[in-house]
Design a protein. Structure first.
Length: 167
């Protein structure tokens, strides 16, 4: 009996609260809409346009650069993160292997490779590191100044010659 009285009291208080809420402050406030900002179009200047003859600067190779895994990451959201994680981890292990091989080479020889060809021969080939495929129009470049593997846009005349085999 006591619970029935308590339940009735609570429902009554709830009804009174809803009535009061309807009377007090439930109106939509009037908001002044800001005026749109006019878009000013700048005329293109020579500074804004990149030089057509100047090639893009090489940038450091990251785990997101290789071709494999880009489609998985492009899905986005949770699925893209899960599907792209495998490829990112594989590519990051390759980067770590290259850095470790460079450190070992430096410890053994007292210097780092002095050219891209020496890097490919003494680091990549000797350690059997399989560099992942890059997107079309990109190529690997070893920078002897900072001892890192970089990615750059390939030059139009740099296409590898097709191998012909004699039968």
């Amino acid at each position: 009996m006591n619970t029935r009285y308590t339940l009735t009291s609570l429902l009554g208080l709830l009804a009174i609260g809803l009535l009061l809420a309807g009377q007090i402050g439930c109106e939509m406030p009037e908001i002044d809409k800001p005026e749109p900002i006019p878009v000013v179009e700048n005329s293109p200047s020579e500074e804004d346009e990149p030089a057509a003859t100047e090639p893009a600067q090489p940038r450091e190779f990251t785990a997101n650069d290789p071709k494999r895994g880009k489609r998985s990451r492009s899905v986005g959201g949770y699925a893209g993160a899960v599907f792209g994680a495998r490829f990112w981890a594989e590519h990051q292990m390759i980067i770590n292997n290259i850095n470790h091989a460079l450190d070992l080479y430096n410890a053994e020889h007292g210097n780092y490779p002095k050219s891209h060809d020496e890097f490919m021969d003494k680091i990549v080939s000797v350690n059997q590191i399989a560099l992942p495929e890059l997107d079309e129009g990109q190529e690997y470049l070893y920078d002897p100044e900072d001892h890192t593997l970089k990615v750059q846009a390939s030059q139009p005349g740099d296409e590898p010659a097709e191998e012909t085999t004699a039968d």
